[in-house]
Write a protein that binds this ligand. Structure first.
Ligand SMILES: [Cu+2]
Length: 80
């Protein structure tokens, strides 16, 4: 996307909560947050190792749910 180019479409944000196994501490949460935040289209990430959940707000036009899942798996966690 070009900076300064007026995009005439409102950014849409979809929210999803994924069940993620393998997080054991805040460091694991941060690893997932950092990896997902680096994805274009991801607007917000909340991770909880206690609840074993990762909540993601994303623009489906820019990033797919499958990409989000794969990013988490690439960090060494399991998404159910
Ligand atoms: Cu950890």
């Amino acid at each position: 996307m070009f900076k300064g180019w007026k995009y005439n479409r409102e950014a849409q944000v979809e929210h999803i909560t994924l069940n993620v196994d393998g997080m054991k501490c805040g460091g694991c949460e941060n690893g997932i947050k950092t990896a997902l935040s680096a994805c274009d289209g991801v607007a917000e990430v909340t991770a909880s190792h206690k609840d074993k959940t990762v909540a993601v707000g994303f623009d489906p036009a820019k990033v797919s749910l499958e990409q989000i899942k794969q990013t988490i798996v690439a960090q060494g966690f399991q998404v159910s």
